[in-house]
Design a protein around this ligand. Structure first.
Ligand code: PLP
Length: 362
């Protein structure tokens, strides 16, 4: 690793590709001979127009999105989407289905409830502390959408396949696995992702919305809470989070030109997660907390024999240049977030360290 950088296993904000950070640094003071930093140029300038349009075009190419889909940039994080979704899509007499697979799903459901919108929780894995993804779910045929969380950042589970909904559009919170694998986009009415896990810095949430969903947005909503406002103005009704969008553009460029697309990205991610899970499956010292068929390729959650050992482990790892291995405060234990930008060398280094730590303490 160059410049004394650590292997950063934090869940979010999280590690970004080094070539992206270097490009940002290189062009920071004088963006494309404008004489200004990208943080100083007007969002109404041709420079920024190129940035946002290229970020959108690359996203569409990577996912294979056609013109039915519009790519938007919003503020307020994924958490604001929890409220905007029922506000925009559920009118009088409408209802939506939700699957509860952890902390973030629970928060999404809470907002539908606060807004007094009709909704059904059609499946939940709460009975076993969200250690698995529910199967064989019966969705309601007349639901306007089926909301799921594709990757459960805190509990370390992920939908390996998306559920069969009988034609009900899926809305997925993909904050922590967006752009980690190719998608069958036809199933989705909307996809959203807070950028700070897998595609950029904090401050922006990407929303991909299908035209039939966009048509549902009522004119009675405040402008800034209506998806239509963003769609009509190419996400520039007001000042967008320019710098975060610029960073996303560079991450998408890295995915296309350096990684070679989402098939290649998925292959890398499978290899990385495989190294870690295979190692843990071969020892009793480390125990992955999620059911095998529900394991996340992005957030690997695990326990050691005692909490005391877990604390020692996290501390000793940090001293060796591996940061952010503490589990979420709500669940404890350990978690290695191994997003797109984590190189395979980071996992190899971690596994070597885990072996050593077990030898000393097991
Ligand atoms: C981090 C996270 C969120 C919350 O994102 P904010 O941008 O902080 O609002 C929501 N959903 C998932 C799956 C997450 O990982």
């Amino acid at each position: 690793m160059s410049q004394n950088r650590i292997y950063n296993f934090n869940a979010g904000p999280a590690t970004l590709p080094l070539p992206v950070l270097e490009e940002i640094q290189e062009s920071f003071l004088n963006y494309k001979s404008s004489g200004m930093s990208i943080t100083e140029v007007s969002h109404r300038s041709p420079w920024f127009d190129d940035v946002i349009n290229d970020a959108i075009a690359r996203t569409k190419r990577l996912l294979g999105l056609d013109d039915k889909f519009t790519v938007l940039f919003l503020q307020g994080g994924a958490s604001m989407q929890f409220a905007m979704i029922p506000m925009n899509f559920l009118g009088d007499g409408d209802s939506a289905d939700y699957v509860n697979t952890g902390t973030w799903s629970t928060k999404a459901i809470k907002e539908a409830k606060i807004l007094g919108k009709s909704h059904n929780v059609v499946a939940s894995s709460e009975d076993r502390n969200f250690a698995y993804i529910p199967k064989d779910i019966a969705f309601n045929k007349d639901a306007v959408y089926a909301h799921i969380t594709s990757n459960n950042t805190i509990k370390g589970t992920q939908w390996a396949q998306f559920p069969e909904t009988g034609g009900v559009p899926i809305i997925s919170d993909m904050s922590s696995d967006f752009m980690s694998r190719p998608l069958d986009v036809e199933k989705f009415g909307m996809i959203y992702a807070g950028a700070q896990k897998n595609i950029g810095p904090a401050g922006v949430c990407m929303v991909i919305i299908r035209e039939d969903m966009l048509k549902r947005c009522p004119d009675t909503l405040p402008s800034m809470l209506n998806y239509k406002t963003y769609a009509d103005k190419n996400s520039m009704y007001n000042t967008p989070p320019c710098f975060s969008i610029y960073c996303i553009q560079l991450v998408m460029k890295w995915l296309e030109e350096t990684v070679g697309g989402l098939d290649a990205m998925e292959k890398r991610n499978r290899e990385k997660a495989g190294l870690l899970y295979d190692f843990m499956d071969a020892t009793d010292f480390y125990n992955a907390t999620a059911d095998k068929d529900s394991r996340s390729l992005m957030n690997v959650t695990f326990r050691l024999p005692t909490e005391d050992l877990e604390q020692q482990f996290i501390k000793a790892a940090a001293e060796k240049g591996m940061g952010g291995l503490k589990g979420h405060r709500s669940v404890g234990g350990c978690r290695a977030s191994i997003y797109n930008a984590m190189p395979v060398e980071g996992i190899q280094t971690l596994v070597e360290f885990m072996k050593e730590f077990e030898k000393k303490n097991g």
